[in-house]
Design a protein around this ligand. Structure first.
Ligand SMILES: Nc1ncnc2c1ncn2[C@@H]1O[C@H](COP(=O)(O)OP(=O)(O)OP(=O)(O)O)[C@@H](O)[C@H]1O
Ligand SMILES: [Mg+2]
Length: 475
């Protein structure tokens, strides 16, 4: 599976590389604007400077570097990229990890409850104020609260979360509305009961792990840190990282708020960072998408609340152009047939990468697996893989796991309402998340995008697409 080739930095990137003073930096820009690439060039440069300095001053401690990613697939991808970008040197201690793997390395052996188990433990305590359909929303809301406000997971005190009672719930849509009485029930009833259930089982959750990582004794602190896809980190995760920084340090956060797909949100000042203009670098050029792909993605996120660190896909920022994206309307098997036929006509399977992305994993890929096997097209599975595969250039992957990755061709068949459920009120939080998610998925593509749906069962996201930006094929 292909990763990114080495690039020659452009003037906007050189400015970021030349900014060598210690402290926090924020790199932001739309999907494909070279944020990760620039952060890795910066990493290489900072490692070089630190190693030289160590040598010159005769220091013994190694240069400690940490690169954090949100999910395992991106960890594999970045490890592959960083392998080429960083020197082999005994004086360099380089860790590339997901946040949770890093947190576990600090906290030690813990038993963590999975998402389904958390949902089941919370259900009885949420049912008193939420409808059945809102259940998932409130499970996310708990994650949001425990990610944004600091608390003690060992000796839990709900008053620590009281900031939630009056906070503007940014990043969580306008609907469902969560009025004060519901917020009180959440932090004084549901969350304490959930904390109790975990304790009785001898388990903790990801939010607790974050709080424990913040409190864990630091081994030697990090000199250089990069956090990729920081928009999906919680405030508490950012605070935990700050507990393990050397003074002086170079810490770079890479993010695009428009691509946030998890129930997290924080403002820089909440985590003690003064985001003054001097520490922010905004990248403008879109090196990845063709103008047609960016124009196709734009209406999906147009009109969403634009946060400081967000950037919409902009076709004028693209440097290449190509064919319009294809939308196939028909039965799922016909969608697959048409998109694979089209790929076989236009793609070079030996040298170009292809991703078939689905909103949900597991069994949702069965039909695609069967069809690819039948047509003798070798493929690999990327979801949750922290080793970047060397083999086939066709990958199956959930949209969540494709975050931050790039492929020449992106296939999104089977966009049904069933796999993209949401509420119907104006500003529904799930709908906003799904819009960001689909735009992010489209934004993975360098050359072509093909979307499929079954008429009558299509996702309401399809209705957001603008017909002049795509070619429609009915089968
Ligand atoms: N200076 C450059 N010259 C040519 N191509 C470049 C340059 N910088 C970056 N690119 C290319 O731009 C594409 C996108 O880069 P990258 O993945 O770093 O973007 P990103 O901003 O991190 O995107 P995302 O928000 O999706 O994570 C890659 O193909 C990369 O090789
Ligand atoms: Mg990136």
């Amino acid at each position: 599976m292909r990763v990114l080739p080495p690039v020659t930095p452009t003037p906007e990137q050189l400015k970021v590389l030349a900014d060598v003073k210690p402290g926090f930096r924020i790199i932001r820009g739309a999907a494909g604007s070279g944020k990760t690439t620039t952060a890795l060039l910066r990493l290489k440069e900072q490692i070089r400077v630190r190693l030289d300095r160590r040598e010159r001053l005769g220091h013994h401690a190694p240069v400690r570097v940490l690169v954090l990613t949100f999910n395992r697939t991106l960890e594999g991808y970045i490890t592959e990229l960083a392998r080429n970008a960083t020197p082999q040197d005994d004086a360099l201690d380089l860790e590339i990890k997901t946040f949770s793997r890093w947190a576990r390395s600090l906290v030690g052996d813990v038993d963590i409850v999975g998402g389904d188990e958390t949902a089941a433990m919370l259900r009885p305590h949420i049912d008193s104020f939420a409808t059945n359909r809102q259940h998932e929303f409130f499970v996310d809301e708990v994650q949001y609260v425990l990610g944004r406000f600091e608390y003690d997971p060992v000796d839990f005190d709900p008053d620590d979360l009281s900031g939630y009672l009056t906070v503007e719930r940014e990043g969580r849509g306008k609907a469902p509305r969560v009025a004060r009485p519901t917020r009180e029930k959440l932090i004084y009833e549901a969350i304490p009961a959930y904390m109790d259930s975990k304790r009785r089982r001898g388990k903790i959750d990801w939010s607790d792990l974050t709080m424990l990582a913040a409190a864990a004794a630091s081994r030697d602190a990090y000199d250089v840190v990069i956090v990729d896809e920081a928009q999906d980190f919680s405030a508490n995760q950012i605070r935990a990282i700050q507990q393990h920084l050397h003074d002086p340090h170079n810490t770079t956060f890479v993010l695009d708020a428009v691509q946030r797909i998890y129930p997290q949100y924080f403002r820089w000042r909440e985590v003690g960072i003064n985001a003054r203009p001097e520490i922010i670098h905004t990248l403008k050029t879109n090196y990845r998408n063709t103008a047609e792909i960016a124009a196709f993605a734009y209406p999906l996120v147009e009109g969403l609340p634009l946060e400081d660190d967000g950037a919409l896909p902009d076709f004028e920022a693209c440097r290449r152009s190509g064919a319009k994206p294809l939308v196939v309307a028909g039965k799922y098997s016909d969608q697959l047939r048409v998109v694979i036929d089209r790929l076989e006509e236009t793609a070079d399977f030996d040298n170009e990468s292809v991703a078939l992305l689905q909103p949900r994993g597991g069994g949702w890929f069965n039909e695609a697996r069967r069809v690819l096997a039948q047509r003798a097209i070798p493929y690999c599975e990327l979801t949750r893989q922290n080793e970047w595969p060397v083999g086939p250039n066709v990958a199956l992957c959930t949209i969540h796991s494709a975050k931050g990755l790039e492929f020449d061709h992106v296939l999104l068949p089977g966009l049904s309402q069933q796999v993209t459920p949401h509420g119907t009120d104006e500003g529904d939080a799930d709908l906003e998340r799904l819009r960001r998610m689909l735009a992010m998925a489209v934004g993975r593509a360098r050359k072509s995008v093909m979307v499929g749906y079954k008429p009558g069962e299509e996702s309401s996201l399809i209705g957001l697409l603008v017909p002049s930006t795509y070619e429609l094929v009915r089968v």
